[in-house]
Design a protein around this ligand. Structure first.
Ligand code: 5GP
Ligand code: ZN
Length: 119
């Protein structure tokens, strides 16, 4: 699915045009609380630059993808998830992706997150 950056809700969040529960921002990344948290802690890390999904990533995104995962661990620790957390990237229709701007979900809290997938 192709979405112009100006129509992309996560681009607008990253640019500060739409308020969000911001956790972290730097030149390349933006992290914020999910609006409908599935666990006591549920936040998203996105690249500021529009990239529709993991399936659209190319070798030029290698460093960016690494930074997203490193930042996931760092922010999870800062938010008290010392005992662990779930990282999740939904990709495309089959993966259940709803917002077509790449994002990593980080989920956790006092209780185990549960099975990896239902089925
Ligand atoms: P996906 O299914 O694409 O992996 O997940 C999209 C996530 O974005 C969902 O968990 C949804 O709750 C979250 N989300 C969608 N719109 C907004 C928004 O405007 N603000 C915030 N903070 N989260 C959003
Ligand atoms: Zn976008």
């Amino acid at each position: 699915m192709t979405v112009a950056a100006s129509d992309c809700i996560f681009c607008r969040i990253a640019q500060g045009e739409i308020p969000s529960g911001r956790i972290y921002a730097d030149e390349e990344l933006f992290a914020f609380h999910d609006i409908h948290p599935k666990r006591p802690v549920h936040f998203l890390i996105i690249p500021k630059q529009h990239l529709a999904s993991l399936a659209d990533a190319t070798p030029e995104h290698q460093a960016l993808l690494g930074k997203m995962l490193l930042k996931a661990g760092e922010l999870a620790r800062n938010l008290g998830l010392q005992e662990g957390f779930r990282t999740l990237i939904n990709t495309g229709r089959i993966g259940g992706q709803e917002v077509y701007h790449l994002h990593v979900h980080i989920l956790g809290g006092p209780e185990p997150v549960g099975p990896m997938v239902s089925g």
